[in-house]
Design a protein around this ligand. Structure first.
Ligand code: AQP
Length: 333
């Protein structure tokens, strides 16, 4: 079956190893298969759910496109576009927000985490953004959505919204209920400073993540400073559950080398962290240095990046405005 792939990345700067291993690496594999139709969106409307500096946002939008290309996404074989330039997304989000239920949104753990203790001060956009995400996906009849594990709950919400719309308006299968594509292993890369916390762009400490723009020395330094525990590397999988930092670093190593966790454990069991970290830095540098250089090179070619977004906008607009028109008819406008 041909898969229709849709996924988005927020242009909030500092795209990192978690974004790469959890999502973008998967985008590239799906894009390499000629049977798939791929749409990759720079979700700038999502980015402004927290305050953004306009100049930085503009730069980050281009850098996100540069990152897609540097990681191996082929702009000739996919649609890459900027969400804010295709107005069907905001419009469909409104229509779907009249279908989604408050109780469903109240269960979203990411809102609770991001809003923190002061949720009264969080933007309404931060609360309702999973509905916009549902609109993004459903406008393209996406069959599969590659995301990191942190987005699983939002995708379940998207499926619920699609089913409720179809039921409410008795239009069986009009909105396609998408399948999440979440890697079985290493789908949640954790902070280098705390193995129980997700690696995240918004973490104040740059040492908590490997950015895709980091150079060789920076990567080596960050891995050297990554938190570990005093024990040698474990002999078995069981031991790892109580050692989040060791589990995360071995997971990163396994994901980059395409080894299973067991294979990595066998390679390093009983060895000390300094030896393992040297090897980990080596594979990281091999992977990230190339991507980082390519991003920097592409960043200087604004015209090329803008053209990719413009081409994508036209194609995305054709697909989504047709679906939106059908939604209007079904609703009775
Ligand atoms: N740590 C992670 N491990 C695995 N996958 C991850 N993703 C993000 N962090 C990890 C996946 O990357 C894709 C793009 O994410 P995003 O940038 O749109 O938003 P996010 O999930 O909110 O990423 P961050 O880094 O946590 O950003 P901030 O700090 O701005 O909130 C998604 O598929 C996501 O699952």
């Amino acid at each position: 079956m041909n898969k229709k792939i849709f996924s988005g990345v927020q242009p909030t700067g500092n795209l990192h190893l978690g974004n790469y291993l959890g999502a973008i690496k998967n985008f590239v594999e799906l894009n390499n298969d000629d049977k798939n139709d791929c749409v990759f969106c720079v979700v700038d409307l999502h980015a402004i759910t927290v305050k953004q500096d306009p100049k930085e946002l503009r730069d980050n939008i281009r850098e996100t496109v540069a990152t897609f290309i540097a990681c191996g996404i082929n702009p000739e074989k996919s649609i890459i576009f900027k969400q804010s330039t295709v107005s069907a997304h905001s419009e469909a989000a409104w229509l779907l927000s009249c279908v989604a239920r408050m109780g469903w949104l109240n269960r979203m753990t990411q809102f609770k985490e991001k809003a923190g203790k002061d949720k009264e001060k969080a933007s309404i956009g931060l609360y309702s953004y999973p509905i916009l995400m549902a609109a993004d996906i459903l406008l393209y009849d996406a069959t599969h959505v590659p995301v990191g594990e942190d987005q699983k709950q939002h995708l379940e919400l998207c499926r619920d919204i699609a089913q409720k719309f179809n039921n409410d308006y008795a239009v069986d299968d009009f909105l396609k209920v998408p399948e999440p594509l979440i890697q079985k292993e290493f789908s949640r890369i954790m902070s280098l400073k705390d193995g129980t916390k997700k690696m995240s762009k918004s973490d104040l400490s740059d040492l908590s993540r490997v950015n895709l723009t980091d150079d060789k020395d920076l990567i080596i330094n960050k891995i050297k400073k990554a938190k570990t525990d005093p024990l040698p590397l474990p002999n078995s999988l069981n031991e790892l559950n109580a050692r989040p930092e060791a589990k995360n670093l071995l997971g990163i190593y396994s994901s980059l080398t395409n080894f299973t966790l067991e294979q990595s454990i066998n390679e390093f069991s009983g060895k000390n962290f300094s030896e393992f970290k040297e090897k980990l830095s080596q594979v990281l540098v091999e992977k990230i240095d190339k991507i980082s250089n390519e991003i920097k090179k592409l960043n200087t070619d604004k015209k090329y990046l803008d053209q990719i977004l413009l081409d994508g906008q036209k194609k995305a607009n054709d697909i989504s405005s047709y679906k939106l028109k059908k939604m209007h008819e079904i609703i009775g406008f």
